[in-house]
Design a protein around this ligand. Structure first.
Ligand code: HXC
Length: 259
């Protein structure tokens, strides 16, 4: 199914779809075909019943050292406008299944933006996050100024975006950018272990909780509460709600089917 992928390593095992960026010679610099491959693979996994959770990582010493500078260097504004490349990036946030990122080494520029598209982030001790675009005379374009600001607030985001400095894992943990720091050699295993734990949860609950949390970032509290409520009601149309509550009353483990 994934034989034609040029820039990714993809596997599906134990309910986990793993996508690894695979251009280690250029620290997984993200070119446009790689973005297409990421988005298409995630969308396929979203429809694939044997995948419950998606893990996103990188091959080699980096997660991704940014968008491919060689691909962008000669671009004109009109070419970029007509390419409309960010419409593909936007589709990542429409993926319904949880995406857990595993970051080692550099997550810079577009690489940091890709990491910020994940729902949960695990990072190795050597991970470094940053937006060096300012040193290239450009700026983030795939959500960096927006997502970082929503995550850590205006004042702190401003510091990182204007300085281009690199954030250590301790700082990233402190700012709520990542969930957990993991030893480098255990990064993928620990991330998958956590993904497997999540994958055992009721699939429809996973789906609607993720959707509701993402709305909290965009909506007012009032709108978000209305959205949450409708999703709560919707789950009462599922067999899994009946099964989950019955299993509790019968003191047994529930057997969720995702419908
Ligand atoms: C193209 C890249 C690259 C990138 C690294 N490489 N980052 N190629 N685009 N973003 C290539 C290098 O040219 C080099 O190729 C190889 O990867 C190894 O990198 P080195 O520089 O030799 O490694 P090192 O000395 O360890 O330095 C690592 C680094 C540095 C600090 C990460 O490579 C670096 O500063 N990279 C650029 C980081 C950056 O500015 N990212 C933001 C890009 S703009 P050769 O062939 O020489 O071995 C961006 C905008 C996003 O992301 C917009 C929305 C998508």
């Amino acid at each position: 199914m994934h034989n034609d992928l040029k820039y990714l390593q993809v596997s599906i095992e134990d309910g986990i779809g793993t996508i690894l960026l695979n251009r280690p010679n250029v620290l997984n610099a993200i070119n446009r075909p790689m973005v297409s491959e990421i988005v298409h693979t995630m969308e396929e996994m979203d429809q694939n019943e044997s995948v419950k959770v998606i893990v996103l990582g990188g091959v080699g010493r980096a997660f991704a050292a940014g968008a491919d500078i060689d691909e962008m260097a000669e671009a004109t504004p009109l070419q970029l406008e007509l390419l409309n490349q960010f419409s593909e990036w936007d589709r990542i946030s429409l993926v319904k299944k949880p995406i857990i990122g595993a970051v080692q080494g550099f997550a810079l520029g577009g690489g940091f933006e890709l990491a910020l598209c994940c729902d949960i982030l695990f990072a190795a001790h050597d991970a470094e996050f940053g937006f060096p675009e300012i040193q290239l005379g450009v700026m983030p374009g795939a959500g960096g100024t927006q997502r970082l600001t929503k995550l850590m607030g205006k004042t702190k985001a401003m510091e990182w975006l204007l300085s281009g400095d690199r954030m250590s894992v301790e700082e990233a943990l402190n700012y709520g950018v990542i969930n957990r720091i993991v030893a480098r050699e255990l990064l993928i295993d620990e991330t998958k272990k956590f993904a497997i734990k999540i994958s055992k949860q009721a699939p429809l609950s996973l789906r609607l909780i993720k959707e509701s949390v993402l709305k909290a970032v965009d909506y007012s509290l009032y709108e978000g509460m209305q959205f949450e409520r409708k999703n709560f009601y919707l789950l009462f149309a599922s067999d899994d709600q009946k099964e989950g509550m019955k299993a509790f009353q019968e003191r047994r483990k529930p057997n969720f089917k995702g419908r």
